[in-house]
Design a protein around this ligand. Structure first.
Ligand code: ATP
Ligand code: ZN
Ligand code: MG
Length: 493
């Protein structure tokens, strides 16, 4: 890497009397590591000192400058009673190499970027001191690397490695459950995009799925229920990475600007007169979102432990939430009840030592296997996939071989033969120390790991109905133990 930095240091008064100590200072600095650092030139103009620094490799001029600044401040303060008021970054030129030649143009804020083969020339001009003190520059360099990395990664096929598959099962029908349930009036699409109303028979099936998950998976493994908030602050997603990973999939929440009825008067009057929503007035009455609707339940669960030290005797923490729905802006991807904008998941979160988590992972998989094989009698499979936290952000993270995500998928006969895409029912993830670090969660001695597993109730329902049909009499007897008679649905004339 090569660094070429021009900056101006501002003092409280003229530097004219400080030429001598400055000459010595520059000479001294230039002796410290002549191979890697050099003050190319310096110039005094009244109370301004302009510096031109050159450095390479591990000595990053923007970091070194802060050290020089400190020394100068002390030196000139003592000798000449000068006070340093600030630094302006005039022109900074950084050259560095990427691992591979990028596939497309790369742009980032605050810098001009020019890339020749693998070499990036990054140019930053006219910036304040915060650029140096807040570590923006290193993050900008990393961002360029991340974007180049992601361009390659995007081009690759998603990592998908089959781990296990069930025997083939003869489907009992070939219909799309959403169409069949809609036709019967058991579900109703809406009231807004990607949402559904489940009437009693459909609700009973969803509830049976939840009951199976709780009674056959979570309770036997001693998971305990928690009730988190449905609102997730943006600051929490900043920590988990969701905000940089999927900002376009979140439903954001606006607070009203005020609760004062008087201030809402015009809005109410317009509403009463026009009998339609006065959008312009309305948009002035709601504030910029500071939170969003739950995307996955785990961030708020992690948040609840932030900064805490958990007693070793409480480990592993085994928790689940079933009360908070998840919302995602799926846009073009929406389909039926299986890919919706509001869905119902049981999310389970586990925090413990690495060995505890690897043990839980195995036990969970065993229980899930029992549910899909012995209760639902599904044709399904497990695959190792790219962890969700790596999918969108393209972050460069050291892979820990024991961390990662396993997807559970089921065949949907209505889509066609077994080569058509299968439906992801749920996953089991071990995320290593990522969230533990993000929320500063500790225990007495051990290093903590965490992980989560999201059971999609709409997905379990769709997979089961798609393979077994909607006549309870034809369902496997093991499933009928949980639900054998469906409640009636209102008849519509
Ligand atoms: P997909 O690849 O199907 O979009 P995902 O990787 O986005 O799934 P995760 O974020 O891993 O899903 O969420 C875990 C579980 O939540 C999924 O396995 C699934 O059961 C459920 N889920 C996710 N998105 C939806 C959705 N739009 N509708 C219904 N269930 C969903
Ligand atoms: Zn999660
Ligand atoms: Mg998704």
């Amino acid at each position: 890497m090569e660094f070429d930095l021009k900056c101006t240091l501002l003092f409280n008064k003229s530097l004219n009397d400080a030429r001598e100590p400055l000459t010595d200072f520059v000479q001294e600095a230039n002796k410290s590591n002549p191979e890697k650092f050099h003050i190319q030139s310096w110039l005094i103009e009244d109370n301004k000192l302009s510096l031109h620094l050159l450095s390479r490799d591990v000595i990053r001029a923007h970091v070194y400058l802060l050290q020089l600044k400190k020394k100068l401040d002390t030196l000139l303060g003592k000798k000449n009673h000068l006070g340093l008021r600030g630094i302006k970054l005039d022109d900074y030129h950084i050259l560095f190499d990427l691992d591979t030649i990028p596939l497309e143009e790369i742009k980032i804020p605050f810098a001009q970027i020019d890339i020749k083969k693998k070499t990036v020339s990054l140019r930053i001009q006219d910036k304040d001191e915060e650029f140096l003190t807040q570590n923006y520059i290193d993050r900008m360099i990393n961002l360029v690397r991340e974007k180049a990395h992601f361009q390659r990664y995007k081009g690759k096929k998603e990592d998908w490695k089959l781990l296990w598959e069930s025997s083939q099962k003869k489907p009992l029908w070939f219909k799309d459950p959403t169409e069949a349930l809609s036709h019967l009036g058991w579900i109703e699409q809406g009231p807004t995009k990607g949402k559904w109303f489940f009437r009693p028979p459909a609700a009973a099936i969803m509830c049976a799925m939840a009951q199976i998950a709780i009674e056959k998976v979570l309770q036997p493994l001693n998971f305990q229920e928690v009730i988190p908030s449905m609102h997730v602050p943006l600051t929490t997603w900043l920590k988990t990475g969701h905000l940089e990973g999927m900002p376009g999939e979140i439903y954001y929440i606006s607070e009203p600007v005020t609760r004062d009825v008087k201030k809402w008067e015009t809005f109410i009057d317009l509403l009463k007169i026009k009998k339609e929503i006065p959008i312009k007035e309305f948009s002035q009455m709601i504030s910029t979102p500071k939170a969003g609707i739950c995307y996955a339940q785990c961030p708020n669960i992690y948040w609840s432990f932030s900064g805490k030290t958990i007693a070793e005797s409480s480990l592993p923490l085994l928790l689940y939430d079933r009360s908070v729905p998840s919302a995602r802006y799926e846009s073009g991807g929406r389909h039926g009840i299986e890919r919706v904008d509001e869905f119902h998941r049981i999310e389970i979160v586990y925090i413990g030592t690495k060995n505890q988590l690897l043990d839980i992972k195995e036990k969970l998989i065993e229980k899930y296997r029992m549910v899909f094989n012995d209760i639902m009698d599904l044709e399904w499979r497990m695959a190792q996939v790219t962890p969700f936290y790596l999918q969108q952000a393209g972050q460069i993270i050291e892979e820990e071989p024991n961390a990662g995500t396993i997807d559970f998928e089921a065949w949907l006969p209505y889509r066609g033969d077994r080569d058509t895409p299968w439906l992801e029912l749920q996953n089991v993830s071990i995320v290593g120390e990522k969230y533990i670090r993000a929320f500063n969660i500790k225990t007495q001695k051990s290093i903590l790991w965490s992980g989560c597993s999201g059971i999609g109730l709409e997905r379990w329902t769709t997979a089961f109905l798609a393979q077994k049909g909607i006549d309870p009499k034809k369902w496997p007897p093991s499933f009928q133990k949980f639900l054998s008679d469906l409640p009636s649905s209102p008849e519509f004339l």
